[in-house]
Structure formats: C-alpha cells, structure tokens
Design a protein around this ligand. Structure first.
Ligand SMILES: Cc1cc2nc3c(=O)[nH]c(=O)nc-3n(C[C@H](O)[C@H](O)[C@H](O)COP(=O)(O)OP(=O)(O)OC[C@H]3O[C@@H](n4cnc5c(N)ncnc54)[C@H](O)[C@@H]3O)c2cc1C
Length: 479
C-alpha cells in the first residue's frame, strides 16, 4: 500500500510556500491512486510534483498525493512517429536518460532545469526557448477523478477536443494525471555562442539564424547578451568539456556566489559596478561550441535558492515592455528616469503613479533579465496560448535571503499589475503570480471555457486548493 507520511511539513524550492497537509501519500500505481480517491472522496485533494513552483499551485492543506514513485517511461513506435508514455511523477532528468536509453530519443522542448516532474512541469506551462511550452506537446493524459454518475474514482483518457487543451495545463485542478503521452524526437546537437548587443532589433533579427536562442537584458548596463543557439548537424566540439567546466564553475557557481554577495552583503553601488565592469569580462564571446541538446539547453539553476516572476508578452509588445521593465528597475533602484508621457498618463489614470513614487529607491534589481521566445501553444490557459505571434517570457529573479524578500514582492506585484495593464502581460502560473482572477481572466480569451471544463470535471472542487478555487472556482473566495 502507498506510504503515509502524515504530519510532514512541506516546503517548496523557493521556501515561500510552506504547508502541512492532514495526510500525505506516495502511491505506486494507478490502482493505489484510485484507492486513495475513494478513501478521501469527501476531502480536498492536491497532487504535487517536485515542488519547484513558486506560486501556490502545489499547496495542499488536506490530502496531498505525491507521485514520485510513479516514474516509468515506455517508448512506442519509432522514427518520426515515436512517442513516450510517461508516468506523471517521472522527473524530467530521469525521462531524458530513459529516452536516450530506449532508442536515442529526447524531448521536444526543455526548460532551464530538469528537476521537475513531467506532469508538474506541464501543469504550469513550463517552457524553454524557441519551441512551444511542454504542455502543448501532450498528446494524451490519463487522469484520475470521479465518475459524474456513480461518484466512484475512475481513470479517464483525455486525448482530443477542448478537454485535452484544458488538461494540458490545468494546475492540478482537473484531477490527477497519472501518465502522459508525448512525441519524442531523435537526439540532436546544438551550437551555442554569446554575443553582446546594444539594441533589441539586432538581437531579434538573429532569431532567424538562431531559432533556439535566448537573451539577457543586463541591469545597470542595459545592454543585451544573446545566447545564440541553433540545432546543427555537426559532431561535438573538441572544447565542449572545457565549455561545460566553464559553465559549471563560471556561471552556475561563481556568478551566483557573486550575485548572492551583492544582494545580501555588499553596498548597492557594487551591484551596478559588477554589471557594468565585471560581468562583460566573464562572458566569453564568439566561442562556438557544439554539444548534445540537453546539455546545451539546461543549467544547474537550482543550485542556489531564489525566487522568480516571469511575464509573457507578444512579439509586438516586447520592445515597449522591455523599455518599461528597464525604467521600473531604474526607478525602483533610485535613478531619475521617466517612462515616457503616455505610460505615465496611463499609470496615473489607473492609480499606480503615486504608489510608484513611494517605491522609488526601494528595490535594486540584481540579476540578468532572461528573455525567451515561446511559440503559441494549443492549450486553454498556458501563458503562451493563443494568437499567431510568438510570446516572449521576461524573467525577473531575486537571490535575496528568503526572509528578506519583501522589496522583491513589492516589485513583482507592481510589475505584474502594471505589466498586465500596459502590455497584457501574463504571469507564469508556476512562478510568483500575484494577479487576481479578474485581472487574469482579461488576459486569456479561453479562461471562461477552462473554468467550465474544470467545473464539469470536478463539480465539487475536490481537486482545488484555495488559490485555484479563487482563480477557477464557481464561487471563488476572496484571496
Ligand atoms: C530553479 C528553477 C528553474 C525553473 N526553470 C523553469 C524554466 O526554465 N521554464 C519554466 O517555464 N519554468 C521553470 N521553473 C518553474 C517550474 O518549471 C514550474 O513551477 C513547474 O510547475 C514545477 O514542476 P514540479 O514538478 O516541481 O511541480 P509542483 O511545483 O510540485 O506543482 C506544480 C503544479 O503541478 C500540478 N501537478 C503536479 N503533478 C500533477 C499531476 N500528476 N497531475 C496534475 N497536476 C499535477 C500541481 O498540482 C501544481 O498545481 C523553474 C523553477 C525552478 C525552481
């Protein structure tokens, strides 16, 4: 029978979500999941992945089900038609190993880290750069829930129609995915190199040649570093081991040690100096390296604890949104700067201008702002869903001590609210997400349809927590 670890305090990666469920289980099979659903049919049930969300998505105060023991991977078909049936608790790093072992395959898209469970990652719209979000690729899911007639716990296969679009990214509120089927592709190599730019247009123009690229807006120098990436039909570079060592010691470790020193110990002046004078010397430019895709596309970003908000805007909105983020960072950092007359007027009309004046000098942004392109998803509510244009995810990260994040939260709240107002920016569901239902509803054309499908799948709201109830419930409590 499933392990019961009742009474445990559960903390997320960011240590900003802490909860103590009444009961906690780690089932080993679909049968055990169904048994738990039958046993706790009158309770609130939340499924968790690897707790890498910074939002309240994984919080469960009653029954928590952790699928870490359900991690099998089975590749079926071959070549271009190959698919993998993956149990929902499988960590992405384990999945990558299995795909490679079972025929030299890999995933269609990858985020920055591989710690998440496949279903946990898909459920919040996790993405990388240059492809769709992971959720878009789910071809079918097996979902445990309750039969609408008998009330018994049952497994449904969801593989088409609006239900599939809803289930691909549903924050655990449609039931418990026990396995998912994704297309897989043959392993490939990626070439990567860095370049520095002063203007956004040149960075974006390079996408044609480097469709997998991501880029960084560097605070306090306000220039761009592009990490140009493309799939390439070439063998590994001889210098790839040296490059990996450089990434591990230079970027994953030294850069982050420096950033933690800057934000936790050193006077503010050092942060500005670091980004203006020291960082440029640390980034090797024009060192082109070819290596296996998953090594190039991921990093050890989980090594140092941090917190993040990420805002998605369309290609059309990107230039103005980045100008605004730069202005807001300068303003909150204490610089005299203006966002432009039109923006100032809209912020004044919406009642934000006075708050912004009070926040001047209250927060110093201390980490490169990463920007990733995400192709439009076929889902109802993943952040990149809908439209014809690509979406750009703008990520804002803080390495402040978890007990001293108040100024970051103020910054994140105001950038999310004003970003939604000015640029229809959608916050990532799995990162800090301070917007309320009505603000979010305006940003997603299919929001109501998602809420209806959620209602049909779970009319009693057994799979909701307080946050998702507030977002998608029939009678949302104030949050
Ligand atoms: C260091 C770090 C780096 C990150 N990098 C990226 C990145 O590059 N790109 C990006 O987009 N995001 C990134 N994220 C965010 C992360 O990918 C998401 O928050 C993701 O949802 C976390 O997955 P998890 O397995 O930890 O799930 P959890 O945090 O445990 O849960 C997240 C949601 O998934 C639901 N869920 C989990 N399992 C199931 C299931 N079996 N059935 C139904 N619902 C389920 C939960 O109920 C919850 O709503 C990063 C986070 C961290 C901490």
């Amino acid at each position: 029978m499933a392990a019961d670890a009742t009474g445990n305090i559960i903390k997320n990666f960011g240590r900003n979500v802490v909860f103590q469920p009444q009961v906690y289980f780690q089932p080993r099979s679909e049968e055990e999941v169904l048994e738990l659903l039958d046993r706790y049919r009158d309770r609130r049930i939340r499924v968790i992945g690897r707790l890498h969300a910074w939002s309240d998505a994984p919080r469960g105060d009653d029954v928590v089900i952790d699928l870490r023991n359900m991690h099998s991977v089975r590749v079926k078909g071959s070549g271009e038609n190959a698919q993998a049936v993956v149990e929902a608790g499988c960590q992405i790093k384990h999945l990558l190993k299995e795909l490679s072992r079972q025929g030299g395959y890999t995933m269609p898209s990858l985020g920055l880290i591989t710690e998440q469970a496949i279903a946990g990652a898909a459920s919040t719209g996790t993405h990388g750069s240059g492809k769709h979000s992971l959720a878009h690729y789910l071809q079918s899911l097996r979902v445990a829930g309750y039969d609408s007639q008998s009330g018994e716990a049952v497994i449904r296969t969801i593989d088409s129609g609006p239900e599939l679009l809803a289930a691909r990214c549903a924050l655990g509120s449609l039931g418990i995915a026990t396995s998912v089927t994704i297309p897989v592709r043959s392993q490939y190599n990626v070439e990567e190199h860095f370049e520095r730019y002063d203007d956004l247009d040149t960075v974006l123009a390079a996408e044609e040649e480097y469709p997998l690229q991501q880029f960084f807006l560097v605070p306090w120098s306000w220039c761009f570093y592009a990490q140009h990436r493309r799939e390439i039909d070439q063998g590994y570079s001889r210098s790839r081991l040296l490059y990996r060592l450089y990434w591990l010691l230079g970027m994953d470790v030294s850069l982050h040690v420096a950033v933690r020193l800057l934000v936790r110990w050193l006077p503010r002046l050092f942060t500005k100096l670091f980004y203006r004078k020291i960082l440029p010397a640390l980034v090797p430019r024009r060192w082109k390296v070819v290596d296996r895709s998953d090594r190039q596309l991921t990093m050890e970003h989980e090594m140092f604890r941090h917190i993040e908000i990420e805002l998605f805007v369309t290609r059309t909105q990107l230039p103005a949104a980045l100008d605004y983020v730069a202005w807001l960072s300068k303003h909150l950092g204490g610089d005299d700067a203006t966002p432009g007359e039109a923006i100032e007027q809209r912020l004044t009309e919406a009642g934000y201008w006075d708050t912004l004046q009070k926040l001047k000098g209250s927060y110093l942004h201390h980490y490169p702002i990463c920007i990733r392109r995400v192709l439009p998803d076929d889902t109802l509510i993943s952040m990149a869903c809908g439209g014809e244009e690509p979406w750009y995810a703008i990520s804002l990260i803080s390495y402040a001590d978890p007990r001293r994040r108040e100024t970051f939260f103020n910054f994140a709240k105001i950038v999310a609210e004003t970003g939604a107002l000015l640029f229809d920016a959608r916050p990532h569901w799995g990162k800090y997400c301070p917007l309320k239902r009505e603000q979010l509803r305006r940003l997603y054309p299919c929001y109501d349809e998602f809420c209806q499908l959620r209602q049909q799948a779970d009319p009693q709201g057994r799979f909701q927590n307080q946050w998702t109830e507030q977002l998608f419930g029939d009678d949302p409590p104030d949050a």
